[in-house]
Unconditional design. Structure first.
Length: 85
């Protein structure tokens, strides 16, 4: 089973180059690093943040959007079915 680890582009390139230089599979190398950290009981609270935090999106209004005639936009026919006047 594989999981995803989010790294900055620079960190990923450095890790890839390191693994290539030492003939390692990156997934095995990362798994070993994690196992060693758990075994040693490493609990550093100062962890470098390499990937920027995700942008929080604005929430949409709860009320339905209306067109100029006051009709909810979802109740209009699709644009390809609308008749041109």
């Amino acid at each position: 089973m594989s999981k995803v680890v989010h790294l900055s582009e620079e960190a990923h390139i450095r890790a890839k180059d390191f693994c290539k230089l030492h003939s390692l599979r990156m997934s095995d190398w990362v798994a070993t690093l994690i196992d060693e950290a758990i075994t040693k009981g490493r609990t550093d609270t100062n962890v470098r943040t390499l990937v920027p935090k995700k942008k929080i999106l604005e929430k949409l209004e709860a009320k339905p959007q209306m067109d100029d005639a006051g009709v909810p936009v979802y109740s209009r026919p699709p644009f390809w079915n609308s008749h041109k006047a």
